[in-house]
Ligand binder design. Structure first.
Ligand code: AVJ
Length: 342
């Protein structure tokens, strides 16, 4: 039984949100469309496929970090000092109970590693995935409750970029908010700070935030990750136009646009664009709009920031989280940070 007690946004409201975002973005120069538009059903499936491409190192690298360090992450989040980590298995030290929330509905096996570590540490755990998509949340609930005994899933349909409303913790409890998968990378620095500050506003001092960030590395590795040989990332990018065709009665010809992945060194970010192969005009029925494209003109669809050493710590601090500890992989490609609300 799923009990989900909150207003569920109707399809009409979602369509309206899509329509407004598309109108505003395509009127801008340069044209742009927001990255959240990637994730309709087809786009979410394509993203899952991207994570399995050999060039897309992010998911497997972060998974490796969590596989190595989930126990330490959970113990540190519960208030344990680094020095007493090895004594916890002996039951020699006590710490707070965690309730785990996640921004986004379950990054599948990565989240599972942390939930299993929490169950091992405290016997059971409440897991609250927060997402705008009810479908994604229901799938996560089903999957996780079946697979990990001891986990109770309480899904929340919320737009966490606007803030977070978790149930208050009891004495001896702390929230741990998971924001993994480099999702923060889609935000420009000022937006990232605003999102984390809003999350912080819903927490109490002592609560934790686990933040996964992708790090700057050689350009060839980055370019390949965002332009895989099998063309899945290209399909993912182009699906945004397909979505507008489906939902807004737009008439984009997908083969008239080309996927491009660009490294912007000055901003330390990967960018994705859709480039018009020819001069063309595209009708968007639901917006009653004709959009003109020059040959070679681009629509900017995504930024994916690659953090430099110290940047994530500074971001955490600016949102009133004290950086407690961080964990990386052997190559130093990705880093997971634990911040504690102050
Ligand atoms: C889900 C935002 C982390 O930026 O790497 C994958 C999305 N874009 N390939 C990323 C994405 C192109 C992904 N995030």
């Amino acid at each position: 039984m799923t009990t989900i007690a909150f207003p569920i946004p109707s399809t009409e409201i979602i369509q309206e949100r899509v329509a407004e975002a598309v109108r505003a973005g395509l009127m801008r120069r340069p044209k742009r469309l927001p990255a959240w538009l990637f994730y309709d059903e087809a786009g979410s499936r394509l993203f899952d496929e991207i994570t399995e491409r050999p060039e897309y190192y992010l998911t497997r690298t972060e998974r490796g970090i969590l596989a190595h360090h989930a126990d330490a992450m959970v113990a540190r989040a519960a208030g344990l000092e680094a020095a007493s980590l090895d004594r916890i298995t002996l039951g020699a030290v006590s710490c707070d109970r965690l309730r785990i929330a996640e921004l986004g509905a379950g990054s599948a096996d990565k989240t599972r590693l942390l939930l299993k570590a929490a169950v091992a540490q405290q016997g059971s755990v409440i897991y609250e995935p927060v997402d705008v998509s009810l479908t994604a949340l229901e799938a996560a609930k089903e999957r996780i409750e079946c697979e990990i005994p001891g986990v109770t899933v309480m899904p929340r349909v919320e737009d966490y970029t606007q803030g977070l409303e978790l149930d208050p913790t009891a004495a001896g409890e702390r929230h741990l908010v998971l924001y993994i998968g480099s999702s923060i990378g889609n935000f420009e620095p000022w937006e990232a700070e605003r999102v984390l500050s809003r999350v912080r506003a819903g927490l109490n001092p002592g609560d934790g935030l686990l933040l996964g960030v992708d790090l700057k590395k050689d350009e060839a590795t980055l370019l390949a990750a965002y332009d895989d040989a099998a063309g899945v990332t290209a399909d993912f990018n182009l699906n945004m136009l397909a979505r507008l065709n489906r939902e807004l009665g737009a008439e984009f010809q997908l083969d008239a646009f080309e996927h491009c992945a660009v490294w912007n060194a000055r901003e330390s970010r990967m960018e994705m664009h859709l480039e018009s192969r020819a001069a063309q005009r595209v009708h968007i029925d639901a917006l009653d709009l004709e959009v003109e494209f020059a040959e070679g003109e681009r629509i900017h669809t995504e930024n994916s920031y690659k953090y430099l050493p110290g940047q994530a710590e500074a971001l955490l601090a600016s949102a009133r989280f004290e950086p407690v500890e961080s964990w990386t992989d052997e190559q130093g490609w990705f880093r997971v940070h634990l911040g504690r609300a102050v």
